[in-house]
Ligand binder design. Structure first.
Ligand SMILES: Nc1nc2c(c(=O)[nH]1)N[C@H]1C(S)=C(S)[C@@H](COP(=O)(O)O)O[C@H]1N2
Ligand SMILES: [Mo]
Length: 311
């Protein structure tokens, strides 16, 4: 019989949290969770209309809605990954919402969320999602191509990077009263990365509006990068000349770089990135692929770069 090395076992905090989400699943198995308030979270589930399937989806089977919405990382609600964000985000109000676009663009503006999304077709993109902490999921996002949004605001020749900011509101995000992270959460992409067809702004999953714990009402998804690049609850996009310092890089620069491309050859200071636990499995038995399996589509963006230095 094959012996399992302890290094292949999911860290304990993941395991403990998984027990918590199994309890939640058991409570909703009776099929009560229709499109009325979700009894576990107090949130109303709403279907999104007019969603087109995308050829850019992976053929892998998505994780269940329960898993995707019960195992989250969202420090504004709770530090550490698990079902804390689901339990603590019921009173968050993702509507009304507006998004500001500024910096080096010909058309700076502040949009109501509806106007921001309206010109674009909603697409279902089933993507792999890989966290630095070596767990992964397959998620059927609903979103709009980030490139289409960027073209609309017309970046000038000075715009080389785009920064994203999460809402900063201690009334809505209880953990912003603490210094668990520096607030607001900030992320960034080089402009050519942001223009890549795989990068989307997600507004839903499984055909429904995003639950609060997954980054309602709008969050970034960049499937070839570690999960922390996927900034949630975005209120501002700023086009800048210089490479931004993102929140996790500020926190622990040896572990979290700007690029954060999934790379099985470059370890986190405290663990290997060679394998991952595909939830709900607890075991790191799935091999991690360069660029999270999207190398053919994205590696040209990094031609000539040392990806060990630019981690
Ligand atoms: N604003 C904000 N965005 C965030 C985070 C966060 O704490 N705050 N966590 C990041 C991390 S580390 C991960 S792995 C993903 C998790 O996304 P999910 O909960 O939808 O799986 O969100 C990212 N975006
Ligand atoms: Mo993460």
């Amino acid at each position: 019989m094959a012996r399992i090395r302890s290094s292949e076992i999911t860290p304990k905090h993941v395991y403990v949290n998984r027990r918590a989400f199994m309890k939640v699943s058991a409570a909703t198995i009776g099929g009560i969770a229709a499109f009325t308030p979700d009894l576990a979270t107090g949130q109303t589930r709403k279907k999104l209309e007019g969603v087109r399937k995308s050829p850019l989806s992976t053929g892998e089977t998505p994780n269940t809605y329960e898993h995707i919405t019960s195992f989250n990382n969202f420090y504004e609600f709770d530090s550490g990954a698990g079902d804390g964000p689901k339990k603590r985000s019921g009173r968050f109000r993702p509507s009304p919402w507006s998004i500001a676009v500024d910096g080096h663009v010909a058309k700076p503006a502040s949009y109501a969320l509806g106007d921001f999304i309206k010109p674009h077709v909603l697409e279902e993109r089933i993507y792999r999602f890989r966290c630095v902490e070596a767990w992964s999921l397959v998620i059927p996002w609903i979103g709009i191509p980030l490139a289409d949004v960027i073209k609309r605001v017309e970046p000038t020749s000075k715009a080389r990077f785009v920064e994203f900011y999460t809402l900063h509101d201690v009334g809505q995000f209880p953990q912003q009263r603490t210094n668990a992270l520096e607030w607001p959460y900030v992320e960034g992409l080089r402009l050519d990365e942001a223009m890549h067809p795989l990068a989307i702004l997600a507004v839903g999953l499984y055909g429904e509006v995003l639950p609060n714990q997954n980054g309602a009402p709008i969050r970034l998804v960049v499937p070839w990068k570690y999960g922390f690049k996927s900034i949630k609850s975005i209120v501002k996009m700023r086009f800048v000349e210089r490479q931004p310092i993102n929140t996790w890089q500020r926190q622990y620069p040896q572990a979290y770089g700007f690029y954060a491309n999934v790379n099985p050859a470059v370890d986190h200071p405290n663990w290997s990135q060679a394998r991952e636990a595909r939830l709900p499995s607890l075991f790191r038995t799935t091999r991690t692929l360069p660029f999270n399996g999207y190398a053919d589509q994205v590696q040209h963006l990094y031609a000539g770069m040392d990806l060990r230095r630019n981690y």
